[in-house]
Design a protein around this ligand. Structure first.
Ligand code: SF4
Length: 422
């Protein structure tokens, strides 16, 4: 979401005649697009903001802006504590960027329930795959999460507006779109999410459709049928579980039980046997016991996700979980670290096993370019979102090809381009 917000800021600036500087020393404007989902991201931002202060004394014309969720949360306080900052604006006020730059200093953090960012020109770095915001904000208030406070209540873009944006991208040669929202499953405009997918499926030139993120509670049978029936929808779903323990899920205010979750996974696997399922896990949530942790481990063993993002709980001021944390629920750092490494170690084995099962299969790959990790090879992703490196010439970049999987690693696959693709 933040990456795409940055693309929109770049788009606005480009229309205003700005061009990207080669480095911060040459820049006349520096925007920090911040994330406040975890403490670590916030710390990183603070040290960068301190470092950049020096540049302002060298170049008095330099303007510094703080955008994103930290800007939304801290607002005016950022200007007070950091006199070298000129502008502060939250994710709901990106459209005010050009107007802001005509002033000396400004803070734009008001909630903007009407804004749908329908007309912000995004400056995309890639020309094959594109992110598309289909909605903004979130109504779920998971107890650990700051997003509903920073990005506001849920708003969905009109489907025709999304359709037109994707149509334009397809005309420019984009092949893959990823629909973005905090909870795409609750997209609700003139149609629901499956309705939107059907509309996008009809766009000529788009070959693959992905979406992120799906809230397990709102994953409907209609959506599962869509993934099964619509050929352009890739067989991959990111479905954050967060914890296997029913007690912790309740404290997290996730709105589903582990049993509900398992039932959705069963339906997904039954309808789309090749589907890859990935998830998020938070470990060390306030009051998490050894038993809660063991239940999560058991869940990971039984579901066998294709991949996970696992993090230590990070207390965010203003959330319900921060209160639980303060009331004596905080886990010892050592225990949380042990739990995290057990989760990651187990998942590494599962991911490798799942990737090894693909050896000998033919996979459709959208070729993205030269491999960054494997010199001399080209790279792309399967429909299930796995990275595949293989030998081939650059003429296949941007095309869908068939690759026979020869080798499996934890984070990528290696294969051979089949003759019918060349
Ligand atoms: S669904 Fe929960 S975790 Fe996701 S953005 Fe909304 S409140 Fe945060």
């Amino acid at each position: 979401m933040n990456v795409h917000d940055s693309e929109k800021m770049s788009g606005i600036l480009k229309a205003e005649g700005y061009a990207e500087a080669a480095n911060t020393e040459d820049a006349d404007l520096i925007i920090f697009n911040t994330c406040s989902i975890r403490q670590k991201a916030e710390q990183k931002f603070r040290s960068e903001l301190g470092r950049i202060k020096l540049l302002k004394s060298k170049n008095p014309l330099l303007k510094i802006a703080v955008a994103g969720c930290i800007a939304q949360q801290r607002g005016r306080d950022i200007l007070k504590r950091n006199p070298h900052v000129d502008y502060v604006f939250g994710p709901q006020n990106i459209h005010k960027l050009s107007a802001m730059l005509t002033t000396n200093a400004m803070v734009c953090i008001e909630d903007n329930p009407e804004i749908q960012h329908t007309d912000l020109p995004a400056e995309r770095k890639e020309n094959l795959k594109a992110w598309i915001s289909i909605m903004y904000g979130c109504n779920n208030f998971c107890s650990y999460c700051i997003v509903p406070y920073t990005r506001g209540r849920e708003r969905s873009r009109p489907s025709q507006n999304i359709y037109e944006e994707i149509h334009e991208l397809a005309d420019k040669g984009f092949k893959e779109v990823t629909l973005l929202g905090q909870n795409v499953n609750s997209y609700n405009s003139d149609t629901n999410f499956p309705g939107l997918l059907r509309k996008i499926e009809a766009i000529k030139g788009v070959e693959r459709i992905r979406f992120v993120t799906s809230h397990p509670r709102d994953l409907s049978d209609e959506l599962i049928s869509c993934i099964k029936e619509l050929p352009k929808i890739c067989e991959h779903i990111h479905l954050p579980l967060q914890s296997g323990s029913g007690r912790i899920l309740k404290l997290m205010n996730r709105g589903y039980t582990y049993e509900d979750y398992i039932e959705k996974v069963r339906k997904l696997k039954e309808s789309i046997p090749s589907i890859a399922i990935t998830t998020d896990i938070i470990t060390g949530f306030p009051s998490e016991t050894d038993n809660d942790h063991s239940i999560t481990i058991k869940a990971l063993r039984s579901i066998e996700f294709d991949g996970i993002f696992a993090f230590k709980f990070s207390s965010r001021q203003g959330t319900k979980a921060a209160e639980m944390d303060g009331e004596g629920g905080r886990m010892a750092e050592k225990i949380t670290s042990q739990r995290l490494s057990e989760i990651l170690g187990l998942q590494d084995d599962i991911t490798l096993r799942k990737n090894e099962a693909l050896k000998g299969t033919l996979q459709e790959v959208l070729v993205e370019g030269a491999s960054k990790t494997d010199k001399g090879k080209i790279t792309g992703r399967t429909r299930t979102n796995k990275i595949v490196n293989f030998e081939g010439n650059e003429s296949v970049i941007g095309r869908l090809v068939n690759v026979e999987i020869r080798m499996a690693m934890r984070h990528s696959l290696e294969g051979r381009l089949t003759s019918q693709s060349q």
